[in-house]
Design a protein around this ligand. Structure first.
Ligand code: ADP
Length: 467
């Protein structure tokens, strides 16, 4: 899936704000225009005639209706001079000429924009001219002039002003909403990451951050979780290795304690009992020798193992023909096979396969396995050595059909002091370090060792070495 960037998130939020404001703008405009339609009323103008409103004293004429329809009145004296004017005066003059008589003839007719009505007052000697616009006029509105006439233009300005005000307000709210969403998108993941970091800092290495983001915060979360996982596994490894070391020291002290106690016990017996028979003396000395040898081989094996674990340990590698090497090894164990009453079977390919090994160390590794087979299995057991040669590796299989090892121990049996049955071991005189040494040697050669086993079926050690 393509990663979402923070920039894309910001753009999305911005677009949301834009859409939100536009929708509010449209809704507000619609509401305003609908509600103001009710406020604005237009009315057809009745045809007002000058004769109808005529009064001898023109000052007493009620011209409010004329003005309401945005018309005008003019009072003209016998010299055609306009002596009184209210409202509109489309001719835009203060003095008519003689042509006024012509105008009077046509006045009753409707002109393009205005309707004119003229009447003569013979008592007071003046003409009254009424001008009324022909279009329907706005008669109701929000703003009115001093004569109570609605002002259409102000209505529009007012609507626009109100609309703009509402829109600006909604935009500000939108902006607050936008900043909330945006900061949420930043603050939330940051808070989660911070709580994860705090947990790690306080020693809780199981802390993980759960974040749905697929942007850079998502990457940060992945990196954080990976780091936490690594720290946790390092910590577990450290704890495990500390545990192992503690256990190793315990095992060493325990395994050394028995032979040393025996040696001290029997030496003490010999020293403090002068009248011991020659026979017993020999028996006790044999026990001392036995336990001394046991303690010595334990210390020897431990020394070997820790030497190999040190970074300074270097293999003395040599190119050898592994087929020939194994043939010689088999030849060297034939007497042992016969002595133990074992059967044998070997499958070594004819020809050569050159690999790089430290011969002495591999000798030690393979002999540990072979000696175990002799040590732990009864006569009649078959021992089988097979060499499989591949392009870039060789596989050596050492198999017996003896008593076997519980399969659940097939990995841990390679750990120091791991034994199937300690009673069985004390009889055989093993140190519990043989397979640990073997594994270390194979791994020093960048190889691998594994065990296939089942109780009563035997053991099959599989060693892979690079060629
Ligand atoms: P040890 O000195 O006790 O022989 P190892 O590390 O060599 O130590 O072997 C570990 C244990 O594995 C032995 O104590 C034994 O119980 C078991 N074991 C090893 N090889 C065999 C085998 N071929 N058949 C049965 N048990 C075996």
């Amino acid at each position: 899936m393509k990663k979402k960037k923070v920039a894309n998130m910001l753009l999305t939020n911005y677009l949301l704000l834009f859409i939100f404001s536009t929708i509010i703008f449209i809704i507000v405009s619609l509401i305003i225009s609908v509600s103001f339609k009710g406020l604005i009323k237009y009315e057809e103008i009745p045809e007002l005639s000058a004769a109808q409103v005529m009064k001898d004293d023109y000052k007493t004429i009620d011209f409010s209706k004329i003005l309401k329809y945005r018309g005008g009145i003019q009072v003209i004296d016998k010299n055609y001079k306009i002596v009184f004017s209210r409202g509109i005066n489309p001719q835009n003059v203060t003095q008519y000429t003689s042509k006024f008589s012509e105008f009077l003839i046509n006045s009753g007719k409707s002109q393009r924009k205005y309707h004119y009505s003229v009447a003569y007052n013979s008592n007071s000697d003046f003409w009254l001219e009424i001008v009324i616009p022909r279009k329907p006029q706005l008669v109701n509105g929000v703003f009115f002039d001093k004569d109570g006439i609605p002002i259409a233009i102000d209505n529009i300005i007012f609507i626009l002003f109100l609309g703009a005000l509402i829109n600006v307000t909604s935009f500000i709210f939108g902006l607050i909403f936008y900043s909330r969403i945006t900061s949420n998108n930043f603050v939330k993941p940051l808070k989660k990451l911070l709580s994860g970091v705090t947990k790690i800092a306080s020693g809780d290495y199981s802390a993980r951050v759960d974040l749905k983001s697929e942007n850079e915060f998502g990457d940060l979360k992945d990196a954080f979780n990976l780091m936490a996982k690594k720290i946790e596994s390092e910590k577990n490894l450290k704890e495990k290795s500390q545990d192992n070391r503690r256990k190793l020291i315990l095992d060493i002290s325990h395994d050394l304690k028995t032979p040393l106690s025996n040696i001290i016990g029997y030496s003490d017996l010999l020293l403090n009992n002068k009248d011991i028979s020659e026979n017993d003396r020999e028996k006790f000395l044999a026990v001392i020798l036995n336990n001394g040898t046991r303690a010595n081989s334990l210390i020897g094996d431990l020394f070997e193992l820790s030497k190999m674990g040190s970074p300074d340990f270097k293999l003395k590698l040599k190119s050898i023909d592994i087929c020939e090497y194994l043939r010689e090894l088999i030849a060297s164990i034939i007497p042992q096979i016969e002595k133990s009453g074992f059967e044998s079977c070997f499958e070594i390919p004819v020809g050569k396969k050159i690999i790089l090994i430290d011969e002495a160390q591999i000798d030690r590794a393979l002999l540990n396995i072979l000696n175990n087979a002799f040590k732990y299995n009864p006569p009649g057991t078959q021992i089988k050595i097979v060499l499989k040669s591949f392009l870039s590796k060789v596989v050596i299989e050492i198999e017996d059909n003896g008593i076997g090892i519980p399969p659940e121990m097939s990995e841990e049996i390679f750990e120091p002091f791991k034994r199937v049955d300690s009673a069985r071991n004390s009889q055989t005189g093993g140190t519990g370090l043989g397979l640990a040494i073997t594994k270390t040697i194979i791994e020093k050669h960048n190889g691998q060792i594994s065990l296939e086993t089942a109780v009563g079926k035997g053991c099959k050690f599989i060693i892979e070495l690079n060629s």
